[in-house]
Write a protein that binds this ligand. Structure first.
Ligand code: MN
Ligand code: MN
Length: 318
């Protein structure tokens, strides 16, 4: 079904690019499913109820089935299908996909997302006005398909592709800055994992230097809100203090707060670095089967579209 013609053999070794792309997508989904159980809880509440939360059990304030995912994964899959079907990043196709998704009555929808989709529905406009209050984490949690589709593109194209999908609902320069750091870190891990870890941390620190809101402090970020700088501080701290997928994900979700989204973003970054084989089997087995399959299928489809494999530029239409 997939005409995956390797241009460079190394990319198709079992532990190569395909494993890391699928690992990132599955990492996002298991991070969402694991974190959702403890979303909006404080670390202390998690501690008293679960000890350490480390199994995908469903429940939480959304009363999820075990293995069920939330908007973070669902919107990623909607975005990915829109990109695959359009053969590139097309603003109106993406708007339509988010609109269709909202009509499925999803289990959870962020306020900024709902507002943006309703604006598109009402006025047909593919992007909102710039608004710094939109610097929430909602456009980053769902961005993995553009990270994959733009793999091998120049930085300007990666940024344009990321902003097209983000600005449907979140149009804030502060959020764009965080988003680009996440994109760069994840692409770095996908392409060159052996040398990526130090580079990825450097990118996170650079973001803090350029934008004070993101500055790392020694203080442990707990109970992170949906404001992107809070979210990313928790994600980067957990990622930098651990050396494997499982430890990193457990660390971040046990910080509570917007735990499904810190879990999703960290799961994506760590999955890209450590690969599919690093994700614990108990989490992959617990994950909803349809979601599992969709993540693996889309990872291949998006890779196939990417400049690194297609050797064609990515089409981005605003
Ligand atoms: Mn969610
Ligand atoms: Mn969330």
């Amino acid at each position: 079904m997939f005409a995956l013609v390797p241009k460079s053999r190394a990319h198709f070794e079992p532990d190569g690019l395909v494993s890391r792309a699928q690992g990132a997508y599955l990492g996002l989904a298991v991070g969402d499913a694991l974190g959702a159980t403890v979303e909006f809880m404080t670390p202390r509440e998690i501690q008293s109820q679960y000890g350490e939360h480390k199994d995908i059990t469903g429940g939480g304030w959304l009363k999820l089935k075990p293995g069920q995912v939330t908007d973070d994964t669902e919107m990623s899959l909607a975005l990915g299908d829109a990109i695959v079907n359009a053969g590139g990043v097309n603003a109106l196709s993406i708007c339509q996909a988010f609109d269709d998704w909202l009509r499925t009555k999803p289990v959870d929808v962020g306020n900024t997302v709902r507002r943006g989709v309703v604006r598109f529905r009402t006025h047909g406009t593919p992007r909102g006005e710039v608004d710094e209050f939109d610097a929430g984490n909602g456009a980053v949690m769902r961005m993995f398909p553009v990270i994959l589709a733009s793999l091998g593109a120049d930085r300007v194209t990666v940024a344009r592709a990321a902003e097209v999908q983000a600005h449907v609902t979140h149009n804030a320069p502060l959020a764009d800055a965080g988003m680009m750091a996440v994109a760069h870190m994840t692409q770095r891990a996908l392409l060159n994992p052996d040398k990526a870890f130090a580079d990825m941390l450097a990118t996170a620190h650079e973001l803090g230097v350029r934008s004070k809101k993101y500055i790392f402090t020694k203080k442990r970020e707990e109970n992170p809100s949906g404001f992107l700088p809070d979210t990313l501080r928790a994600v980067f701290q957990s990622f930098s203090r651990t050396d494997g997928f499982e430890a990193a994900l457990i660390e971040v979700v046990n910080r509570g707060g917007d735990a499904d989204t810190t879990g999703a973003i960290l799961g994506m970054i760590a999955g890209a670095l450590y690969g599919k084989a690093a994700i614990p089997k108990r989490w992959l087995n617990a994950l909803d089967k349809n979601i599992h399959q969709a993540c693996e299928r889309q990872a291949l489809q998006l890779l196939e579209l990417s400049p690194i494999l297609s050797e064609k530029p990515l089409r981005v239409e605003t």
